[in-house]
Design a protein around this ligand. Structure first.
Ligand SMILES: C=C1C[C@]23C[C@@]1(O)CC[C@H]2[C@@]12CC[C@H](O)[C@@](C)(C(=O)O1)[C@H]2[C@@H]3C(=O)O
Ligand SMILES: O=C(O)CCC(=O)C(=O)O
Ligand SMILES: [Fe+2]
Length: 334
């Protein structure tokens, strides 16, 4: 029989109680939603990165594949037909111009409102043949992704010790939730091959203003996140997984504990990138402020008081790369 000395026993209990290290893939935190301790890895990823990948998410792969096929059908239409769904106001079809303030990229997109109806009339007019097929593909996908987003926000609340656990998810579950959905199409840019070492911006660097963004793309790379040292990390694409971004509003609601992360997309010389992103936002009249239980005694909010409507209005006056939250920080003189 082996008799363990006291110090050796101590080590043994440490091994047994220590949490396994977070899983990473190419420097990106990966959260397995079937893991009973997913809430801990979600909180850690949101604190350290403001970004993570989700596997075992429960969203049927066929919903992703069907919507991808329908979106490609749309983007492969003649330009004149696509233009019938534009210009974006901000909803509808847009090409090269992103937002109202002069940002451009190697991209075309459809921006859709998810409440109260999935698709505004203008976007539907681009599908004269059979708008119902497209509507149904978007609806199935968005409904499943919303459900997963509610779960993620409930796990976040659990992990942060917030009560009730629906304090965050109720904002997206609300029928007045101001959420939207975006299909981005980045055509290949063959000229890029000749300009070796040069980057072509598909979607310029920015943070997302909402609470969370849930991104799924085909297997084409191009998505990058900004690391603390200012370098860009390329995120290996994975068409079967989701990538989650903490939005500016969640940064405020956690009083800066979670960070909204800058990201961007570079165009590819050879391959088409097709991405679909659900942006979960609160109702327009919702006050965006730190949850009281996350502000320790003696501490105060890092941000001025504002509603989602005020933030969104201000965001739409900004350029993509602007530090939108800066205007709402208490230290700011604006
Ligand atoms: C340049 C802009 C495009 C954007 C509105 C804005 O003025 C600044 C924020 C941008 C952004 C980034 C995340 C989402 O893609 C988006 C729909 C959003 O809510 O904020 C876009 C806006 C847009 O494309 O209209
Ligand atoms: O298209 C992508 O992969 C990301 C685009 C994005 O960040 C956005 O639409 O806000
Ligand atoms: Fe984004």
């Amino acid at each position: 029989m082996v008799v363990l000395s006291r110090p050796a026993l101590g080590q043994f209990s440490l091994i047994k109680t220590c949490k396994p290290p977070a899983t990473f893939f190419h420097g990106i935190p990966v959260v397995d939603l079937s893991d009973p301790d997913a809430k801990t890895s979600i909180v850690k990823a949101c604190e350290d990165f403001g970004f993570f990948k989700v596997v075992n998410h429960g969203v049927p792969m066929e919903f992703m594949a069907k919507l991808e096929a329908e979106a490609l059908n749309f983007f492969n239409l003649p330009q004149s037909e696509k233009d019938r769904a534009g210009p974006p106001d901000p909803f509808g079809y847009g090409s090269k111009r992103i937002g109202p303030n002069g940002d451009v990229g190697w991209i075309e997109y459809l921006l859709l409102k998810t409440t109260p109806d999935i698709i505004s009339n203008k976007s539907l007019s681009a599908f004269p043949e059979n708008p119902e097929i497209f509507r149904s593909a978007v609806e199935k996908y968005v409904t499943a992704v919303k459900k997963m987003s509610f779960e993620l926000l409930e796990l976040m609340a659990d992990g942060l010790g917030i009560e009730p656990r629906n304090a965050l998810s109720k904002l997206l579950r609300d029928e007045k939730s101001d959420s939207c959905f975006r299909l981005n199409h980045y055509p290949p840019c063959p000229e890029l091959g000749a300009l070796s070492g040069r980057n072509l911006i598909g979607f310029g660097e920015h943070t997302d203003p909402q609470i969370i963004s849930v991104l799924r793309s085909n297997n084409t790379s191009g998505f990058q996140i900004s690391l603390r040292d200012g370098t860009w990390l390329s995120v290996p694409p994975d068409q079967n997984s989701f990538f989650i971004n903490v939005g500016d509003s969640l940064q405020v609601m956690t009083n800066g504990r979670f960070k909204s992360l800058k990201h961007r997309v570079l165009a590819d010389p050879r391959k088409t990138r097709l991405s679909m992103i659900y942006f979960g936002g609160p109702p327009l009249n919702e006050k965006i402020a730190p949850l009281p239980c996350l502000v320790a005694q003696g501490e105060e909010s890092l941000y001025k008081e504002f509603t989602w409507w005020e933030y969104k209005t201000s965001a739409y006056k900004s350029r993509l790369a602007d530090n939108r939250l800066g205007l709402f920080e208490k230290s700011s003189s604006h």
